[in-house]
Ligand binder design. Structure first.
Ligand SMILES: O=C(O)C(=O)C[C@H](O)C(=O)CO
Ligand SMILES: [Zn+2]
Length: 276
Protein backbone atom coordinates (compact mmCIF):
# COMPACT_ATOMS: atom_id res chain seq x y z
CA UNK A 1 0.00 0.00 0.00
CA UNK A 2 1.27 3.49 -0.85
CA UNK A 3 0.80 6.43 1.52
CA UNK A 4 -0.10 9.92 0.36
CA UNK A 5 0.31 12.78 2.81
CA UNK A 6 -1.79 15.77 1.79
CA UNK A 7 -0.87 19.46 1.97
CA UNK A 8 -2.82 21.91 4.11
CA UNK A 9 -4.82 24.99 3.10
CA UNK A 10 -1.82 27.30 3.67
CA UNK A 11 1.08 25.30 2.24
CA UNK A 12 -0.51 24.16 -1.07
CA UNK A 13 -0.31 27.80 -2.24
CA UNK A 14 3.48 27.76 -2.50
CA UNK A 15 3.93 24.24 -3.89
CA UNK A 16 5.11 23.31 -7.38
CA UNK A 17 2.95 21.00 -9.51
CA UNK A 18 5.13 17.93 -8.84
CA UNK A 19 4.78 18.58 -5.07
CA UNK A 20 1.01 18.98 -5.41
CA UNK A 21 0.88 15.69 -7.32
CA UNK A 22 2.80 13.89 -4.55
CA UNK A 23 0.29 15.25 -2.02
CA UNK A 24 -2.96 14.63 -3.90
CA UNK A 25 -2.54 12.34 -6.94
CA UNK A 26 -2.06 8.55 -6.83
CA UNK A 27 0.18 6.47 -9.08
CA UNK A 28 -1.54 4.69 -12.03
CA UNK A 29 -4.11 2.36 -10.47
CA UNK A 30 -4.60 -0.47 -12.95
CA UNK A 31 -1.83 -2.99 -13.70
CA UNK A 32 -2.54 -6.48 -14.97
CA UNK A 33 -2.61 -9.08 -12.18
CA UNK A 34 -2.13 -6.49 -9.43
CA UNK A 35 -3.91 -4.73 -6.58
CA UNK A 36 -2.63 -1.15 -6.07
CA UNK A 37 -3.85 0.65 -2.96
CA UNK A 38 -3.09 4.18 -1.72
CA UNK A 39 -3.95 5.41 1.77
CA UNK A 40 -4.48 9.17 1.95
CA UNK A 41 -4.83 11.15 5.17
CA UNK A 42 -7.75 13.00 3.49
CA UNK A 43 -10.54 11.46 5.62
CA UNK A 44 -8.44 8.24 5.84
CA UNK A 45 -9.65 7.14 2.42
CA UNK A 46 -8.02 4.13 0.79
CA UNK A 47 -8.16 4.31 -3.01
CA UNK A 48 -7.23 1.46 -5.29
CA UNK A 49 -7.30 -0.40 -8.57
CA UNK A 50 -7.59 -4.18 -8.83
CA UNK A 51 -6.98 -5.85 -12.21
CA UNK A 52 -7.24 -9.64 -11.88
CA UNK A 53 -5.74 -11.56 -14.82
CA UNK A 54 -5.65 -15.40 -14.80
CA UNK A 55 -5.60 -15.64 -10.99
CA UNK A 56 -8.08 -14.26 -8.43
CA UNK A 57 -6.84 -11.42 -6.17
CA UNK A 58 -7.60 -11.22 -2.45
CA UNK A 59 -8.18 -7.92 -0.64
CA UNK A 60 -5.34 -8.04 1.89
CA UNK A 61 -5.07 -6.35 5.25
CA UNK A 62 -2.04 -4.15 5.94
CA UNK A 63 0.19 -3.57 8.94
CA UNK A 64 -0.83 0.11 9.08
CA UNK A 65 -4.54 -0.78 9.35
CA UNK A 66 -3.76 -2.92 12.42
CA UNK A 67 -6.81 -4.98 11.52
CA UNK A 68 -7.27 -8.75 11.19
CA UNK A 69 -8.82 -8.17 7.74
CA UNK A 70 -9.31 -5.10 5.52
CA UNK A 71 -13.01 -4.48 6.30
CA UNK A 72 -12.77 -5.08 10.04
CA UNK A 73 -13.35 -1.34 10.62
CA UNK A 74 -13.93 -0.18 7.02
CA UNK A 75 -16.55 -0.04 4.30
CA UNK A 76 -15.63 -0.41 0.63
CA UNK A 77 -17.19 0.79 -2.62
CA UNK A 78 -16.19 -0.83 -5.91
CA UNK A 79 -17.05 0.19 -9.49
CA UNK A 80 -15.96 -2.00 -12.41
CA UNK A 81 -14.62 0.02 -15.37
CA UNK A 82 -13.32 -3.02 -17.30
CA UNK A 83 -14.56 -6.36 -18.65
CA UNK A 84 -16.90 -8.74 -16.81
CA UNK A 85 -15.78 -9.95 -13.41
CA UNK A 86 -16.95 -11.45 -10.13
CA UNK A 87 -16.41 -10.30 -6.56
CA UNK A 88 -16.88 -12.93 -3.86
CA UNK A 89 -17.65 -11.61 -0.38
CA UNK A 90 -17.63 -14.23 2.38
CA UNK A 91 -18.65 -16.94 -0.09
CA UNK A 92 -21.35 -14.99 -1.98
CA UNK A 93 -20.62 -14.24 -5.65
CA UNK A 94 -21.53 -10.82 -7.09
CA UNK A 95 -21.26 -10.76 -10.92
CA UNK A 96 -19.83 -7.37 -11.91
CA UNK A 97 -20.54 -6.02 -15.39
CA UNK A 98 -18.91 -2.86 -16.67
CA UNK A 99 -20.09 0.14 -14.54
CA UNK A 100 -21.70 -2.06 -11.85
CA UNK A 101 -21.11 -1.00 -8.24
CA UNK A 102 -20.68 -3.15 -5.14
CA UNK A 103 -20.91 -1.81 -1.61
CA UNK A 104 -19.03 -4.10 0.80
CA UNK A 105 -20.12 -3.71 4.40
CA UNK A 106 -17.94 -3.44 7.51
CA UNK A 107 -16.89 -6.82 8.94
CA UNK A 108 -16.90 -8.62 5.57
CA UNK A 109 -13.91 -10.90 5.99
CA UNK A 110 -12.97 -12.52 2.68
CA UNK A 111 -13.13 -10.40 -0.46
CA UNK A 112 -11.89 -11.97 -3.72
CA UNK A 113 -11.76 -10.32 -7.16
CA UNK A 114 -11.81 -12.26 -10.45
CA UNK A 115 -11.96 -11.49 -14.17
CA UNK A 116 -14.14 -13.63 -16.45
CA UNK A 117 -11.64 -13.27 -19.29
CA UNK A 118 -7.98 -12.48 -18.62
CA UNK A 119 -7.73 -11.03 -22.15
CA UNK A 120 -10.43 -8.45 -21.29
CA UNK A 121 -9.92 -8.11 -17.54
CA UNK A 122 -12.23 -6.48 -15.05
CA UNK A 123 -10.83 -3.22 -13.64
CA UNK A 124 -12.20 -2.74 -10.15
CA UNK A 125 -11.87 0.80 -8.76
CA UNK A 126 -11.98 0.81 -4.95
CA UNK A 127 -12.75 3.58 -2.44
CA UNK A 128 -12.84 2.79 1.28
CA UNK A 129 -13.49 4.80 4.45
CA UNK A 130 -13.62 3.95 8.15
CA UNK A 131 -17.07 2.62 9.15
CA UNK A 132 -18.73 2.71 12.56
CA UNK A 133 -21.57 0.19 12.15
CA UNK A 134 -22.28 -3.03 10.33
CA UNK A 135 -24.65 -2.71 7.36
CA UNK A 136 -25.41 -4.90 4.30
CA UNK A 137 -23.32 -5.68 1.24
CA UNK A 138 -25.29 -4.51 -1.81
CA UNK A 139 -24.77 -4.95 -5.58
CA UNK A 140 -26.00 -1.98 -7.66
CA UNK A 141 -26.14 -2.44 -11.45
CA UNK A 142 -25.79 0.81 -13.42
CA UNK A 143 -29.51 0.62 -14.30
CA UNK A 144 -30.45 0.90 -10.60
CA UNK A 145 -28.37 4.03 -9.93
CA UNK A 146 -30.12 7.39 -9.51
CA UNK A 147 -29.55 9.24 -12.75
CA UNK A 148 -29.30 13.07 -13.05
CA UNK A 149 -28.82 15.05 -16.27
CA UNK A 150 -26.85 18.29 -15.89
CA UNK A 151 -25.33 21.07 -18.02
CA UNK A 152 -25.79 21.99 -21.67
CA UNK A 153 -23.99 21.77 -24.99
CA UNK A 154 -23.71 25.59 -25.11
CA UNK A 155 -21.60 25.60 -21.94
CA UNK A 156 -19.65 22.40 -22.88
CA UNK A 157 -20.73 20.60 -19.70
CA UNK A 158 -23.57 18.25 -20.72
CA UNK A 159 -23.19 15.24 -18.47
CA UNK A 160 -25.03 12.42 -16.69
CA UNK A 161 -24.44 11.64 -13.03
CA UNK A 162 -25.13 8.07 -11.86
CA UNK A 163 -25.40 7.89 -8.07
CA UNK A 164 -25.07 4.22 -7.15
CA UNK A 165 -23.89 4.24 -3.52
CA UNK A 166 -26.09 6.83 -1.86
CA UNK A 167 -28.84 6.99 0.79
CA UNK A 168 -32.02 5.35 -0.51
CA UNK A 169 -30.04 2.80 -2.53
CA UNK A 170 -27.32 1.68 -0.11
CA UNK A 171 -27.21 2.09 3.65
CA UNK A 172 -23.54 3.07 4.01
CA UNK A 173 -21.73 4.74 6.92
CA UNK A 174 -19.88 7.61 5.18
CA UNK A 175 -19.33 6.53 1.60
CA UNK A 176 -21.25 8.15 -1.28
CA UNK A 177 -20.05 7.12 -4.75
CA UNK A 178 -20.96 7.17 -8.41
CA UNK A 179 -20.03 7.95 -11.99
CA UNK A 180 -20.22 11.10 -14.12
CA UNK A 181 -20.20 10.64 -17.91
CA UNK A 182 -19.59 13.63 -20.18
CA UNK A 183 -21.44 13.72 -23.50
CA UNK A 184 -19.40 13.94 -26.73
CA UNK A 185 -18.26 17.53 -27.24
CA UNK A 186 -18.63 18.37 -23.53
CA UNK A 187 -15.42 18.78 -21.57
CA UNK A 188 -16.22 20.61 -18.30
CA UNK A 189 -17.10 18.68 -15.15
CA UNK A 190 -18.53 20.12 -11.96
CA UNK A 191 -19.32 23.49 -13.50
CA UNK A 192 -19.96 25.65 -11.55
CA UNK A 193 -17.41 24.31 -9.06
CA UNK A 194 -18.15 23.82 -5.40
CA UNK A 195 -16.72 22.88 -2.04
CA UNK A 196 -18.45 20.89 0.72
CA UNK A 197 -16.79 21.48 4.05
CA UNK A 198 -18.68 18.50 5.48
CA UNK A 199 -17.08 15.99 3.09
CA UNK A 200 -13.91 15.29 1.16
CA UNK A 201 -13.91 13.75 -2.29
CA UNK A 202 -11.73 11.70 -4.62
CA UNK A 203 -12.04 11.80 -8.44
CA UNK A 204 -10.70 9.11 -10.78
CA UNK A 205 -10.83 10.11 -14.45
CA UNK A 206 -10.97 7.39 -17.14
CA UNK A 207 -12.11 6.70 -20.72
CA UNK A 208 -9.95 9.64 -21.80
CA UNK A 209 -8.44 8.96 -25.25
CA UNK A 210 -4.67 8.33 -25.30
CA UNK A 211 -2.58 11.52 -25.49
CA UNK A 212 -5.43 13.66 -24.07
CA UNK A 213 -5.39 15.30 -20.60
CA UNK A 214 -7.71 16.66 -17.94
CA UNK A 215 -6.80 20.02 -16.41
CA UNK A 216 -8.03 19.45 -12.87
CA UNK A 217 -8.71 22.58 -10.80
CA UNK A 218 -7.99 22.44 -7.09
CA UNK A 219 -7.47 24.76 -4.13
CA UNK A 220 -9.42 27.55 -2.52
CA UNK A 221 -11.72 29.39 -4.98
CA UNK A 222 -9.53 32.49 -4.75
CA UNK A 223 -6.21 30.56 -5.15
CA UNK A 224 -6.92 27.98 -7.83
CA UNK A 225 -4.16 25.62 -9.02
CA UNK A 226 -4.29 23.50 -12.18
CA UNK A 227 -2.96 19.95 -12.38
CA UNK A 228 -2.71 18.23 -15.78
CA UNK A 229 -4.00 14.71 -15.05
CA UNK A 230 -4.00 11.52 -17.09
CA UNK A 231 -6.57 8.72 -17.22
CA UNK A 232 -6.77 6.14 -14.40
CA UNK A 233 -5.10 8.00 -11.54
CA UNK A 234 -7.10 9.38 -8.58
CA UNK A 235 -6.93 12.89 -7.12
CA UNK A 236 -8.00 13.67 -3.56
CA UNK A 237 -9.79 16.92 -2.63
CA UNK A 238 -9.68 18.17 0.96
CA UNK A 239 -12.90 19.77 2.22
CA UNK A 240 -11.58 23.30 1.48
CA UNK A 241 -10.71 22.55 -2.13
CA UNK A 242 -12.74 22.94 -5.28
CA UNK A 243 -12.65 19.89 -7.59
CA UNK A 244 -13.57 20.62 -11.15
CA UNK A 245 -11.84 20.20 -14.47
CA UNK A 246 -11.74 20.55 -18.21
CA UNK A 247 -10.54 17.91 -20.65
CA UNK A 248 -9.05 18.08 -24.11
CA UNK A 249 -11.75 15.51 -25.00
CA UNK A 250 -14.82 14.13 -23.29
CA UNK A 251 -14.23 11.52 -20.55
CA UNK A 252 -15.83 9.79 -17.57
CA UNK A 253 -14.95 9.87 -13.88
CA UNK A 254 -15.81 8.17 -10.62
CA UNK A 255 -16.32 10.36 -7.57
CA UNK A 256 -16.27 9.03 -4.02
CA UNK A 257 -16.96 11.04 -0.88
CA UNK A 258 -16.55 10.53 2.85
CA UNK A 259 -17.31 12.77 5.80
CA UNK A 260 -20.14 13.75 8.07
CA UNK A 261 -22.95 14.46 5.59
CA UNK A 262 -24.13 12.09 2.86
CA UNK A 263 -26.49 14.60 1.17
CA UNK A 264 -25.19 14.79 -2.42
CA UNK A 265 -26.70 18.27 -2.90
CA UNK A 266 -24.98 19.72 0.16
CA UNK A 267 -22.55 21.87 -1.83
CA UNK A 268 -21.41 25.46 -1.68
CA UNK A 269 -21.41 26.56 -5.33
CA UNK A 270 -18.92 29.14 -6.55
CA UNK A 271 -19.54 31.30 -9.59
CA UNK A 272 -16.94 30.67 -12.30
CA UNK A 273 -16.49 34.45 -12.52
CA UNK A 274 -15.40 34.48 -8.82
CA UNK A 275 -12.47 32.07 -9.35
CA UNK A 276 -9.00 33.58 -8.99
O1 LIG B 1 -19.91 16.82 -12.85
C1 LIG B 1 -20.33 17.02 -11.70
O2 LIG B 1 -21.00 18.02 -11.38
C2 LIG B 1 -20.00 16.02 -10.67
O3 LIG B 1 -19.79 14.87 -10.98
C3 LIG B 1 -19.95 16.48 -9.28
C4 LIG B 1 -19.39 15.45 -8.32
O4 LIG B 1 -20.23 14.37 -8.27
C5 LIG B 1 -19.21 16.09 -6.96
O5 LIG B 1 -18.28 16.84 -6.81
C6 LIG B 1 -20.17 15.80 -5.91
O6 LIG B 1 -19.86 16.53 -4.74
ZN1 LIG C 1 -18.00 17.62 -4.79
Amino acid sequence: MDFMFSADIRSYKTMRNDELRDAFVTAPLFESGKINLTYTDVDRAVIGGITPAAEPILLPTHKELAADYFCQRREVGIINIGGEGVITVDGTDYPMNNRDSLYIAKESQDVVFESKDAANPAKFYLASYPAHRVTKTVHVPKSKAKCIELGSQETSNERTIFQSIRPGIVDSCQLVMGITELKKGSVWNTKPPHTHFRRTEVYMYFDLPKDEKIFHLMGEPTEVRTLPIESEVAIASPSWSIHSGVGTSNYTFIWAMGGENQEFDDMDHIQVSALR
